[in-house]
Design a protein around this ligand. Sequence first.
Ligand SMILES: Nc1ncnc2c1ncn2[C@@H]1O[C@H](COP(=O)(O)OP(=O)(O)OP(=O)(O)O)[C@@H](O)[C@H]1O
Ligand SMILES: [Mg+2]
Length: 86
Amino acid sequence: MIIESLELKNYRNYKELHMDLHPGTNVLYGDNAQGKTNILESMYVCATTKSHKGSRDREIINFGEDESHIKMNIRKNDVLPHRHAP
Ligand SMILES: Nc1ncnc2c1ncn2[C@@H]1O[C@H](COP(=O)(O)OP(=O)(O)OP(=O)(O)O)[C@@H](O)[C@H]1O
Ligand SMILES: [Mg+2]
């Protein structure tokens, strides 16, 4: 599975984020507390509905906001299409 892009709205410290990802390896670099782990967490939440940190849902919403949105475009190019037996 390849994550092609990620969009966040009011997710932890991100008011708005749109990120296109490379199909190969992606490196997130930045200062401490800049939000690198939050990006990874948002992908995990989008895929599983839960935070890998065990946070409550309320804690992932940007401080002072009422809701948060995550949109992730994924591509499954290594999965063969389902075929019915003849
Ligand atoms: N609900 C929230 N609303 C706003 N900001 C938040 C929220 N939850 C966490 N943060 C902020 O997110 C930041 C931490 O982000 P994160 O853990 O992703 O950083 P990091 O880049 O992974 O840092 P490190 O290099 O130390 O691992 C902190 O500044 C924290 O205040
Ligand atoms: Mg981190």
